[in-house]
Design a protein around this ligand. Structure first.
Ligand code: NAP
Length: 546
């Protein structure tokens, strides 16, 4: 119907014209596309009828579509492991793409894209996705649950088709219509669509961007951020931020918004300590939020502005000969020439220093309840510490089903009152005035030697795990290496504009000491970025030199 209401001249295509248009496009495909339908002849099977009707219509649009139909008991069904019906198999000689159900409703869009991807033998993946797919280390059986009324499903199904077309040697795909296959949907608990599994591991709820889908499939874990890989061996910037915790991420946002060309380098996990905190309470805007969730929100925000180099370690920083000279930052992958450096390196887990701690690290000793907690379900564990982290993590372990006891060196917790109350209310036992003196075991931890520092009594208690959450030490190795002055407590010494004693080198976040809250780290990051911007347009070191 012509759009008469707004007076537009362009008429919409009729269905017939649209099919003719589609047929012309399909005719240009270099390959014929073989579609094999397995379906019974029950006239009440609406899905079989719909699949048959749709595929016949496509066959009529283009001679490139080759359509065959067999009964469910045909030997090819067994040969291709087709066990639910109706089922369609696409280009079986080259690809492993199955579809259980009928391509109707929104799924019609998936079918059209699938035909072109298969007929052109081109995955149309982005360069970044192709790079990731080239490194895929083994087979993946991908299952995407969809429904004809879901407008987001085609995006996810097409992501998976692209992966199957890119790596037919490793990726097999099954699109499962939950209306046609309610029993399979129940088995996978796929109550919402799209939902995606790789080798039966849930890797995505909802539609994902292409790169996030590929990453999730490769890592067998739902990913929420994607950071493009950059090859350049040398880069010029105004600012290099070392560290991707709340301070570094916030500084990146503020610096880039101020117009500074900014690179953020993080050797490990973005978000720093926050990423491994089970629950963060009272970060403004959130009464309570998962640490990883908060980090993902921050990283996605930062990525709007700043280029992030993750998995890269800064190995050297060389300030220029004179203040204001370019500073050279060498990472494990490239060199940056920059006008300023912000050290937002945060802090590292503090160690107890008890015999056995290092030996059993990763074999019962852990510094991250969020990461390792699920492995200790039903097992006996001790949690060392009395601060907010230890109490939050003890509660997390308790809720994970571990038999956890808190071990604290004093008779009063350092943690906030409401967290302490929560701990007492849930009945997690606390060993007061108690220190861990030794961690024992053979292959793994089996027991822990404890001392009561009031009575001097020594006991050995059986344990499968020891979680240590006794605070953090500032990560100052890089700062120390270039002669940045430190405070008596070992933190970076800086002025109220976050300048260190070396012109062009600044600091922000936990590496500076202070309150060590996420919100204060973010605040320090923003302050530092603004100070750096002001210093670069009006360098204070010039006044000092003159
Ligand atoms: P923390 O507050 O410094 O507490 C460290 C705890 O470990 C203290 O109870 C301390 O005992 C104990 N400890 C230190 N060294 C020890 C040793 N060698 N042997 C035995 N015990 C030792 O550290 P944190 O709990 O990791 O927290 C770090 C920062 O993050 C804090 O500022 C905290 O408030 C913040 N945080 C906030 C949240 C939130 O949701 N808002 C959550 C987690 C953490 P003493 O008490 O005897 O000194």
């Amino acid at each position: 119907m012509a759009n008469a209401q707004n007076g537009s001249e362009s008429p919409q295509m009729t269905e017939q014209e649209m099919m003719a248009h589609l047929g012309n496009a399909l005719d240009k495909m270099p390959q014929d596309v073989r579609i094999v339908l397995f379906a019974g002849d029950d006239p009440n099977d609406v899905f079989a009828q719909a699949a048959r009707r749709t595929l016949k219509a496509f066959r009529q649009t283009s001679s490139k579509i080759k359509f065959e139909e067999y009964r469910p008991d045909h030997k090819l069904a067994a040969e291709w492991h087709v066990s639910t019906f109706p089922a369609m198999v696409f280009q079986p000689d080259r690809y492993n793409i199955h579809w259980n159900g009928a391509p109707v409703g929104e799924e019609g869009r998936t079918l059209v894209e699938l035909l072109f991807l298969v007929g052109f033998e081109n995955s149309k993946l982005s360069d970044q996705s192709k790079k990731m797919m080239a490194d895929l280390d083994g087979p993946r059986r991908v299952k995407v649950f969809v429904s004809p009324s879901c407008p987001y499903c085609p995006q996810q199904s097409v992501n998976a088709v692209k992966a199957a077309v890119e790596r037919p040697d490793l990726v097999s795909l099954e699109i499962v219509d939950i209306q046609a296959n309610p029993a399979i949907a129940m088995e996978y608990e796929a109550h919402s669509v799209p939902q995606t599994f790789a080798d039966d591991v849930l890797i995505g709820k909802g539609a994902q961007s292409e790169e996030i889908f590929i990453q999730s499939m490769i890592k067998y874990e739902e990913q929420r951020i994607f950071i493009p890989d950059i090859d350049a061996a040398e880069l010029e910037t105004d600012l290099v931020i070392v560290g991707g915790g709340p301070a570094g991420l916030t500084a990146g946002i503020y610096a880039k918004r101020a117009g500074l060309e900014t690179a953020l380098v993080e050797k490990g996990m973005l978000g720093g300590q926050v990423a491994t905190t089970p629950v963060v309470e009272n970060y403004p805007g959130f009464t309570s939020v998962g640490g990883k969730t908060l980090v993902d929100i921050m990283v996605n925000h930062a990525l709007e502005y700043v280029t992030i180099f993750q998995g890269e370690e800064v190995v050297a920083i060389e300030p220029g000969n004179a203040p204001g000279d370019p500073i050279e930052v060498t990472t494990s992958r490239r060199k940056f020439r920059t006008r300023a450096v912000l050290l937002a390196t945060g802090a590292n887990h503090r160690h107890l220093g008890a015999p056995g701690e290092n030996r059993f690290s990763g074999r019962g000793v852990s510094y991250c309840a969020t990461c390792d907690g699920p492995l200790f379900k039903g097992k006996k564990v001790l949690m060392a510490g009395g601060g907010n982290s230890a109490v939050t993590e003890a509660l997390y372990l308790h809720h994970m089903g571990a038999d956890v006891t808190l071990v604290h060196r004093r008779d009063k917790l350092r943690a906030q009152d409401h967290l302490s109350k929560n701990l007492f209310d849930t009945g997690v036992p606390v060993l007061w005035d108690t220190e861990i003196k030794e961690i024992r075991g053979r292959e793994r931890v089996t027991s822990v030697v404890l001392t009561n520092n009031q009575s001097g009594q020594v006991t050995e208690v059986p344990a499968d795990g020891v979680f240590i959450s006794i605070g953090y030490d500032p990560a100052v190795a890089l700062a120390r290496g270039i002669g940045v002055e430190l405070t008596e407590e070992g933190y970076i010494k800086r002025d109220d504009r976050h300048r260190t004693n070396i012109p062009g080198i600044y600091s922000g976040g936990d590496v500076e000491g202070g309150y060590k809250q996420i919100v204060t780290a973010a605040g320090q990051g923003s302050e530092a970025a603004m100070a750096i911007f002001e210093d670069l347009i009006n360098p204070y070191w010039k006044e000092a030199v003159v």
